[in-house]
Write a protein that binds this ligand. Structure first.
Ligand code: FES
Length: 103
């Protein structure tokens, strides 16, 4: 199963994931530059990404994730998520994720 990260220079990196990994874990494994300062505790907002497709297949955003997104830059309604909170499942094979500008 694969996820595509679209980097700030618009290059695309297709990487594989296993069921149950978070988007942040997959990014870190593949040296995708997402900086989660709180290491997945859903506080810092630094792992903010923009979801480009399959949004309806993602787990619902929690109140805590919503609060942490207040600390992120360039938030886009209905696209912004925190990579540490997105648990990947087979349904999310083919997910496309954009790294936001302005960080
Ligand atoms: S790593 Fe800090 S909110 Fe995701």
């Amino acid at each position: 199963m694969n996820v595509t990260f679209i980097l700030k220079d618009q290059t695309e990196r297709i990487v594989s994931f296993t069921d149950g990994q978070t988007l942040l874990e997959v990014a870190e494994e593949n040296r995708i530059p997402i900086h989660g300062a709180c290491e997945g505790a859903c506080i810092c907002g630094g792992c903010h990404v923009l979801i480009e497709n399959l949004a309806d297949k993602l787990p619902k955003i929690s109140d805590q994730e919503n609060d942490a997104l207040d600390n992120a830059h360039g938030v886009v309604f209905n696209k912004s998520r925190l990579a540490c909170q997105v648990v990947l499942t087979p349904e999310l094979d083919g997910l496309r994720v954009c790294l936001p500008h302005g960080r």
